[in-house]
Design a protein around this ligand. Structure first.
Ligand SMILES: Nc1nc2c(ncn2[C@@H]2O[C@H](COP(=O)(O)OP(=O)(O)OP(=O)(O)O)[C@@H](O)[C@H]2O)c(=O)[nH]1
Ligand SMILES: [Mg+2]
Length: 306
């Protein structure tokens, strides 16, 4: 893009044109977002970002839609980022999200964006972090980021969001998954969704028992039971999010998280670039003989001497 077109885009963005926001995010997705982020990042820093993660089908999108409704009734301008772990174009889940978020599609104060986490340099942290930053800079005040829990995704969402919600459902063995995936360290709020299920109380007990084993300093994760479809428990969830935000502000933890998020983004961008350069060196190098020597040659071609 020419400098003039970038300047026009930045101007339209500053004037509150939602198409400019969409365009800016698309540029980030195609790896061309650097000048736009450079021009706009200073406007960010005011949004509350909430990550919602959990196993497939647990009700993340339904929770997300309910939280959007809540944020709108509190008068906040809202952004939603729905991260699809595979392709956003082939997955049925996206259609489902559109249906669940349908009532918000016509609301000019709700900006909804789906993204693929694969295929971006830096994975989830790459374009998703850019999108969250740009939505924040655009003046959206509550940003919800949904991603399917798939190992690394949960950890990344916790780096990205101020408040991380881990949604689980009763009768699915989810608590075992939590232990395995290291989710206890990253959840700020646990949601037991579909709490009309007979096993809901057991799941709550299991989560509480797991929390009891951990040594938390400061914030101890809350456990909220919801029935997202009916809107039950959403007020309690909203209050837990607000308590967590208050804790972050009063303890100064918010600044530490901001620094961590920044470092995480820098790491993702820099590592993504190095990876791309290494891939290029591999593609153009010879593929016989000693892999260590080939790696050293690839690094040497980037000016890195071991
Ligand atoms: N009984 C019951 N069903 C629910 C509840 N919340 C969501 N559902 C249903 O569960 C199904 C999955 O909900 P989604 O919100 O799409 O779940 P998700 O976690 O976003 O799913 P993926 O994005 O595909 O991983 C839908 O059919 C919802 O209607 C609930 O509290 N109780
Ligand atoms: Mg979903």
């Amino acid at each position: 893009m020419t400098e003039q077109r970038i300047a026009d885009l930045v101007n339209a963005f500053r004037n509150g044109d939602a198409r400019a926001l969409a365009r800016a995010i698309s540029l980030c997705e195609s790896g061309e977002g650097a000048p736009v982020v450079a021009a706009l990042h200073a406007l960010a820093g005011n949004a509350a970002t909430v990550g919602i993660t959990g196993p497939p089908g647990v009700g993340k999108s339904t929770l997300c839609a309910a939280l959007v409704r809540k944020a709108r009734s509190a008068g906040r301008r809202v952004g939603v980022i729905s991260v699809d772990p595979s392709s956003p174009f082939s997955h049925g889940a996206l259609l489902g999200d559109r249906i669940r978020l349908a009532e918000h599609f016509t609301d000019p104060n709700v900006f909804i964006r789906s993204m693929a986490s694969r295929g971006h340099l830096g994975g989830l942290a790459g374009a998703t972090a850019d999108a969250a930053l740009l939505m924040d800079a655009f003046g959206l005040e509550f940003i919800a980021i949904e991603t399917v829990g798939a190992g690394q995704n949960e950890v990344e969402i916790a780096e990205l969001a101020q408040t991380t919600i881990v949604a689980l459902q009763p009768g699915s063995g989810d608590s075992i998954q939590v232990l395995k995936a290291g989710i206890l360290e990253i959840a700020d709020v646990f949601v037991v969704n579909k709490s009309d299920h007979p096993m809901a109380n057991q799941l709550r007990r299991e989560i509480r028992a797991m929390l009891g084993i951990m040594q938390y300093e400061g914030w101890v994760p809350e456990v909220v039971a919801t029935q997202a479809l009916e809107g039950d428990g959403i007020d309690a969830l909203w209050e837990a999010i607000e308590r967590h935000a208050l804790f972050l502000n009063e303890s100064g933890e918010i600044e530490r998280r901001r620094r961590e998020r920044f470092a995480h983004q820098v790491r993702a961008i820099a590592a993504g670039r190095i990876r791309a350069l290494v891939e290029r060196a591999i593609a153009t190098g010879s593929d016989d003989g000693d892999p260590y020597a080939a790696a050293a040659r690839a690094l040497a071609s980037l000016g890195i001497q071991e």
